[in-house]
Design a binder for this molecule. Sequence first.
Ligand SMILES: CC(C)(COP(=O)(O)OP(=O)(O)OC[C@H]1O[C@@H](n2cnc3c(N)ncnc32)[C@H](O)[C@@H]1OP(=O)(O)O)[C@@H](O)C(=O)NCCC(=O)NCCS
Length: 332
Amino acid sequence: MSKIRASITGLQGYLPEYVLTNAELEKMVNTTNDWILERTGISERHILKGEGLGTSFMAIKAASKLLEKMAISPKEIDLIICATTTPDMVFPATANLIGAGIGAVNAFGYDLQAACSGFIYALSTGAQFIETGRYKKVLVVGGDKMSSIMDYTDRTTCVIFGDGAACVLLEPDETGNGIMDFVLHADGTGAEHLYMKAGGSRYPASEETVKNKNHFVTQNGAAVFKNAVQNMSDVAVEIMQRNNLASEDISFLVPHQANLRIIHATAERMGITKDKVLINIHRYGNTTSGTIPLCMWDYEHLFKKGDNLVLAAFGGGFTWGAIYLKWAYDPK
Ligand SMILES: CC(C)(COP(=O)(O)OP(=O)(O)OC[C@H]1O[C@@H](n2cnc3c(N)ncnc32)[C@H](O)[C@@H]1OP(=O)(O)O)[C@@H](O)C(=O)NCCC(=O)NCCS
């Protein structure tokens, strides 16, 4: 009997209806469509509007649809891991709200926060529960409502991010496909370059923190860019070398969608051709934990059983990581 691996057996995304275009941003801050397109590759992003709607709203939409299309009862789900940087509330965990929303009454769940690397961390973590044989159905969600922590007067951040969520189902696989390897890294000294200062235990919400706009993302774009290019390409090459993968062995790269220039630099270091690099940043911007599962969802129709996929991400923390997986099913 071959080793039990965790395979993605289905996936589903959800994007909120409202589309915030570069043209609309031109009216909000001192920016231009040309600048945004040239420097980031983004044309538009989706924004979740509506009183009281958080990340769980988008995740529940995606997860319900996934279970419906796979004809799986929510009662069969053992575990829900939600990667998010914008939980509905500090507590309870958004994973619990998702479980309640989809009727996963037999599942336990927890949130995992690794900023833009969140989905890579969560997928690696979820796979462990399958590989040990302990659980049979693990739902891994990546989603963020980045608009909830965005200062829409700060042109250096508000043009980049968007809202969205997607989820995958992990199930045991003994055919040789599934998650083959992962590499995860972190460097907390990078915290000074990308953070949200207030709202946690260090600086709880106060009149002062609100006045100082401390509940929004603060980013040193140039420092993050430099580290992202270096570390995302390093980790992608690291996972190739550990698994003796030549560039021609790779069917697709599914990169975190933060900046088109970071994606191109990573692909170049890996030596893979452009047609293997999956990109949707122009439509969604950076949805943080959502980018990788949303990208896999958009291109699911291209994946064939046995295809070698490399997923790679870099984000706040700093955090970065990569996953090598063999796709488990043909286009449906
Ligand atoms: C943010 C980012 C797009 C900025 O692009 P950049 O080419 O590095 O631009 P710089 O920060 O060097 O700024 C260049 C100029 O453009 C200006 N600028 C910044 N945002 C702008 C905008 N939206 N529109 C027009 N001009 C803008 C800057 O103020 C600066 O002007 P100055 O030279 O007069 O000071 C880029 O640094 C980046 O993508 N960083 C990584 C972001 C990321 O990945 N974050 C998520 C975590 S993974």
